[in-house]
Write a protein that binds this ligand. Structure first.
Ligand code: KMT
Ligand code: NI
Length: 180
């Protein structure tokens, strides 16, 4: 895992877009993001049960698996959105990028993108209400387990007026900005 400020330069979303400015783990945790490296599924299972996760699926995001809809899917995942539930993502093979919004410290302006590079065995916990997006990298291959809590609320809600007013978004901001 490596986190850095997104460079905001034009170019394919799958390129690294690395500004060269790192984001430390302490900053990620102030956004409510946790990261672990778990080479064994046992640790993933333990974490899931300790946080009362009961549902999961496995997704392979690649042209081989998805065929014609691959490019479309990659664009959909890259639409800025939030979920109304905390979610865990565990990379089984390949890698990818999650971009999340920063809050204007540690070298970034409020709302700048932070790019989090996840590779095999990386596990990330994302809080409900955080704005984010996902993309595969230049290898076009991500195999991941998505874990969610028992009442699946994992539909992506694309950013707009409504999500800015969403109760889970408001709760998230209270948590984030109260935690400084
Ligand atoms: C998300 O929450 O944006 C996703 O689940 C993207 C695909 S999982 C690697
Ligand atoms: Ni999402």
């Amino acid at each position: 895992m490596r986190a850095y400020w997104y460079d905001n330069l034009p170019g394919d979303q799958r390129l690294p877009h690395d500004s060269g400015r790192s984001v430390p783990p302490s900053y990620l945790s102030s956004l409510g993001i946790l990261h672990f490296n778990y080479p064994s599924l046992t640790s993933v299972n333990d974490l899931a049960s300790s946080r009362n996760y009961t549902h999961r699926d496995e997704i392979t995001i690649s042209p081989e698996k998805m065929g014609d809809v691959y490019e479309e899917k990659v664009k959909t995942f890259f639409h800025e959105h939030l979920h109304e539930d905390e979610e865990i993502r565990y990379i089984v093979e390949g890698g990818g990028f999650f971009d999340v919004r920063g809050k204007g410290e540690d070298g970034g302006l409020d709302g700048d993108w932070i790019r989090i590079r996840l590779e095999r065995f990386d596990l990330m916990i994302m809080p409900a209400g955080i704005y984010h997006r996902f993309t595969t990298d230049e290898t076009n291959y991500t195999k991941a387990i998505r874990l969610f809590k028992d009442e699946p609320k994992w539909t992506p809600l694309n950013r707009g007026k409504e999500t800015d007013e969403n109760g889970y978004r408001k709760e998230y901001l209270k948590m984030r900005d109260g935690a400084e």
